[in-house]
Ligand binder design. Structure first.
Ligand code: MN
Length: 296
């Protein structure tokens, strides 16, 4: 394929839903069928909670995929069936590979519960290919102080997975994943390379950006990529076309996630916290959970 720029092929709006013990998330409509390998993209909050009123997701199982939690504001604590315990503070990332099974709780930190305050963050579910669905569970925790960031020409980026502006993440992913948090100043521009065989999308959660579209500019030089289809606003997920690179410009200050990963091309059988390939495997997950062999 000749070198091409990626452009927006579809805008998916978000809606607010209640998750876990009753906290508000912004979630794109019809996410699961749209962009392999991502199964879920939840923006948690931003919510302001009063002291004693913060809620999380108490003990629950997962099998067959990974959950990535990225906290921007607030403080969480987690615990799991394998005896792992830890906390998440602003800027921290937890990359949890559930594999064949984990039972965990994700709750507000005790200190945060006392004070209340602002909660904001993301939970992203990354599917695993069938050959890795039953892999042993593992955690990768990247505290804010150790996560690679870069600042250049009005663009700040935290590279959770993949590469941006010459900076690479330290995370080990099962399949090649790009996950980057970008903040842009008004008028800033970013050219992000994305391997051409990967699916990709961007999620804007503050402000507005314009995806530069070569073909469109040739067609309408006067609009310089400001065509209506190429603007992505706060709370919109934009699925990108094939290509080698995406170029975007910030209209005012903006904030977004860039995501990319391979098309898995496998059947998805999904029920609540289990994501497998077949219905039989989902039934097996329930059976294992009931008989206590799930996370042994
Ligand atoms: Mn969970």
């Amino acid at each position: 394929m000749a070198f091409t720029m990626r452009s927006v092929v579809r805008i998916v709006p978000t809606h607010s839903v209640m998750e876990g013990g009753g906290f508000k998330v912004r979630r794109p409509y019809s996410m699961s069928s749209l962009l392999s390998p991502f199964l879920l993209l939840d923006e948690m909050g931003p919510n302001i909670t009063e002291p004693g009123e913060a809620v999380g997701a108490p003990w629950h199982p997962h099998r067959g995929f990974e959950t990535v939690t990225y906290l921007l504001d607030g403080r969480m604590k987690h615990e799991d069936s394998a005896g792992n315990k830890g906390e998440l503070n602003p800027g921290d990332v937890q990359w949890m590979t559930a594999g064949r099974g984990i039972i965990h709780s994700e709750l507000p930190h005790d200190e945060f519960q006392k004070t209340g305050g602002r909660t904001h963050g993301f939970q992203i579910w990354v599917n695993l290919p069938s050959e890795h669905k039953m892999m042993p569970p593992r955690y990768q925790e990247i505290p804010a102080t150790e996560s690679p960031t870069i600042e250049k020409d009005g663009v700040w980026a935290r590279v959770i997975a993949g590469e941006c502006l010459g900076v690479s993440s330290s995370i080990d992913t099962v399949i090649p994943i790009t996950l980057i948090h970008v903040k842009m100043e008004d008028g800033a521009k970013l050219n992000q390379q994305i391997e051409s065989q990967l699916n990709s999308m961007i999620y804007v959660f503050s402000g507005k950006i314009t995806v530069f579209n070569e073909a469109r500019v040739k067609e309408y030089p006067q609009v310089l990529g400001l065509g209506v289809n190429q603007q992505v606003r706060d709370g919109e997920l934009a699925l990108l076309s094939e290509g080698h690179e995406v170029e975007f410009h910030s209209n005012g200050a903006s904030e977004l996630l860039i995501l990319a990963g391979p098309e898995l091309n496998e059947p998805i059988s999904r029920y609540g916290p289990f994501v497998m390939n077949t219905r039989e495997e989902i039934e097996q997950a329930f059976e294992d959970y009931r008989n206590g062999t799930f996370a042994n």
